[in-house]
Write a protein of this length. Structure first.
Length: 218
């Protein structure tokens, strides 16, 4: 029986989660100031991309997490972009929506660089990393362009960008059994099936995609 070492999140990743907790705090402040249907819909409209942004980073760290200097530098850049996003959460659907879009695009662009690096160092996973790189690149470009487009067309581009952002992960789930056998020894399956959740989540027993890929159902 092959044994795998359990991977724990680094201090830098925990700090990254803290920045996302601050973003969610800002969102909750917005909702507290406008407890109405419109306020709730505004909260959801901003929370979905924020949550999906974190999920993308967490899934990458679960699959290909390293602790080299390049990864630390790119993570610091992502933290900076997320901190900028937190600053622009107030009026995130108003006058600050353009800056919010730019911060989202910047964070996704850095994640694309991470996946390109992973594909370079892990050739067996290149088909997966290429799919994510292309999908996230298109999404980042759309979010970037939306910053220079006036509302409501800006928000239409956000929806298109989110759909493209989600699509590569759905494709990954479709061929998980085919891909899993080839990269079984390259991934980082965890000993207990729980995804590293940020500080604003409870520690729920959610099975990460990496565990599914590493242990395909026969």
């Amino acid at each position: 029986m092959e044994l795998f070492k359990e991977r724990h999140s680094s201090w830098l990743e925990n700090f990254y989660d803290l920045v996302f907790a601050i973003i969610v705090l800002q969102l909750s402040i917005n909702l507290n100031l406008d407890v109405s249907v419109n306020g709730f819909l505004s909260f959801v409209a901003l929370f979905i991309p924020v949550c999906w942004l974190w999920i993308g980073v967490a899934f990458y760290a679960t699959r290909f997490g390293t602790d080299d200097m390049t990864h630390r530098f790119l993570t610091l850049l992502q933290i900076g972009a997320c901190a900028f996003m937190a600053v622009n959460i107030p009026e995130g659907l108003g006058k600050n929506s353009g800056w919010f879009a730019l911060s989202y695009a910047a964070t996704r662009a850095i994640l694309v660089i991470e996946y390109i690096r992973a594909g370079k160092h892990v050739p067996e996973a290149r088909s997966l990393t290429s799919r994510y790189s292309i999908g996230f690149s298109i999404s980042a470009v759309i979010w970037f362009v939306s910053a220079f487009v006036p509302p409501p067309f800006r928000f239409i581009l956000w929806i298109i960008g989110m759909i493209i952002d989600i699509w590569p992960r759905r494709l990954c789930l479709l061929d998980v059994n085919l891909f899993g056998n080839r990269v079984h020894h390259l991934l980082h399956p965890v000993k207990t099936p729980s995804l590293r959740l940020p500080l604003f989540y409870f520690d729920l027993p959610i099975v990460p995609i990496s565990s599914i890929v590493a242990y395909p159902v026969v």
